[in-house]
Design a protein around this ligand. Structure first.
Ligand SMILES: [Zn+2]
Ligand SMILES: [Zn+2]
Length: 337
């Protein structure tokens, strides 16, 4: 099967490797849609990550030993990682925080089969939710990182219709957050530096779009909220400025979810948290029990999902796809193996 390899800065190769095999309750899926995430950073650096390249996909079941939950031909979303399914994190649906993730090579005996930037992948069946008939492979693949992380955030901060939410960072994750938040009916303020993506934010229904390079974001947010600030925010940018903006733009007793990753922000326990009554949570993914909700949101927002997906490439054109992502003139980019 075809498998993408990064073999130097700005350079990829398509390898021809062994196709994975079904094993116990592990199922082989032919990948139909593989949305790209942050793999372009490895492309830029010219190194393979020390985990499988690519983690978002949807596809068709093509090899299965136990047909009690799934059967050949089923259309499924491929959830990320290889959690054990038995620890307390997995039991609660928080499998992204699994304590005993599988080493796929020692389990299956082959090196490949865990990457979504390939023709086939092998996964435990419980990580392959079925796609409802109303959704295409591309649309359903958006429940991975298109809609997923911000929906996890929305669940944790309990976003409601009457809330005003600030979403910082208009990468594909932040853009997906607009779809989720507008589906609930909340007012949505976003910040982003890139005109292409800010235009896309408008198309997806953001109520106020701020470019912090051109305007004072804090002033505009305060103006929009009668001087009070927002009561919910989700940082998807992962920069000190955006994280600090979420704190400073919050009204008293507001909740903030951090989705974008970085370790540089200084949080002042007294002045930021205690005196303002803020709640802060870190969100990586979403609880497995929320998958049905995400499928329903996807069905209600098919048109917006197809706006979020701006480009598609054949696997042979992976270089071109990574280069496009680096320009930031795209939403979600999908690879079709
Ligand atoms: Zn992702
Ligand atoms: Zn586990």
């Amino acid at each position: 099967m075809k498998q993408v390899l990064i073999d130097g800065p700005y350079s990829t190769k398509i390898l021809d490797v062994d196709k994975p095999k079904a094993l116990k309750d592990w199922v082989v899926v032919k990948i139909r849609s593989a949305p790209l995430c942050t793999e372009f950073k490895f492309f830029k650096d010219g190194v393979m990550p020390d985990y499988p390249l690519g983690h978002e996909a949807s596809g068709e079941v093509v090899e299965i030993l136990d047909e009690s939950n799934l059967k050949n031909g089923d259309r499924v979303v491929v959830m990320p990682q290889y959690p054990c399914g038995n620890c307390y994190s997995c039991d609660s649906g928080e499998y992204i925080h699994c304590l005993n993730t599988f080493d796929i090579k020692s389990f299956t005996g082959i090196q490949y089969g865990a990457s979504t930037l390939a023709e086939y992948i092998v996964k435990p069946s419980w990580l392959l939710p079925k796609i409802p008939d109303e959704l295409t492979y591309d649309e359903a693949s958006m429940i991975c990182c298109g809609l997923g992380p911000t929906y996890g955030a929305i669940d944790r901060i309990d976003l409601k219709k009457e809330d005003t939410v600030l979403i910082t960072g208009m990468g594909p994750v932040g853009l997906g957050g607009i779809i989720n938040a507008k589906d609930i009916g909340a007012k949505v303020i976003v910040t982003g530096h890139n005109d292409y993506r800010n235009d896309l934010a408008k198309k997806l229904g953001a109520d106020l779009i701020i470019n912090p390079k051109k305007n004072n974001a804090l002033n505009l947010i305060k103006e929009f909220t009668n001087g009070l600030g927002v009561n919910k925010s989700i940082d998807c940018a992962g920069s000190v400025d955006s994280q600090r903006l979420c704190i400073n733009a919050s009204k008293r007793n507001a909740s903030i979810a951090f989705v974008g990753e970085s370790n540089s922000l200084k949080v002042h326990i007294s002045n930021d948290l205690i005196r303002n009554g803020l709640t802060m949570v870190g969100v990586w993914h979403y609880n497995h029990n929320l998958i049905d909700d995400l499928m329903k949101i996807s069905i209600r927002n098919k048109e917006k999902l197809n706006s979020l997906i701006t480009h598609k490439f054949a696997i042979e054109n992976i270089n071109e796809a990574f280069l496009l992502q680096m320009t930031r003139k795209c939403g979600k980019v999908i690879i079709s193996p």
